[in-house]
Structure formats: C-alpha cells, structure tokens
Design a protein around this ligand. Structure first.
Ligand code: 9UX
Length: 72
C-alpha cells in the first residue's frame, strides 16, 4: 500500500520552481505521485514505503536546490 507524506518546501518563488520540485520528486523510484503547492510551500507525495522513505524524498528536494523537511 502507498503512504502519503507532506513535505515543507523552502525556496520556491515561481511556477518553474514548482515544476522542478515536482519533477525531482516524481523521478524518485517508488514515488507514485507528487503534488507541489506554491502558496502553501508544501509537497504531497504518495509513495511505496517498501521502496523509498521520507528522508530520501527530502534529499531529492535538496538535490534540486530547495530545502525539504518532513512535516510532522
Ligand atoms: Mo523561477 Mo525558481 O524564475 O528556483 S525557477 S525562481
């Protein structure tokens, strides 16, 4: 079964930022879908916990040039 987690994303200021973060998350193995919200500065990600975890999702966001932290 998929798990859905919300990440807080820092550093997005335009729509292209949103696309970059969304693509970075979507490319991660195990990610089923990623929905990024510029106004809320969040990303909602559905993923297979057997393949990937929230730490790896945050790392993918960082690698794309933004700060990503798991929302508690
Ligand atoms: Mo927009 Mo975001 O011109 O890193 S792509 S600010």
């Amino acid at each position: 079964p998929l798990v859905e987690s919300t990440l807080d994303i820092e550093g997005m200021t335009c729509a292209s930022c949103v696309n970059r973060v969304q693509k970075a998350l979507s490319r991660v193995d195990g990610v089923e879908s990623a929905s990024v919200n510029l106004a809320n500065e969040t990303a909602s990600v559905a993923y297979d916990p057997a393949v990937v975890d929230a730490t790896a999702l945050a790392a993918a966001v960082e690698k794309a040039g933004y700060a990503g932290t798991l929302r508690q």
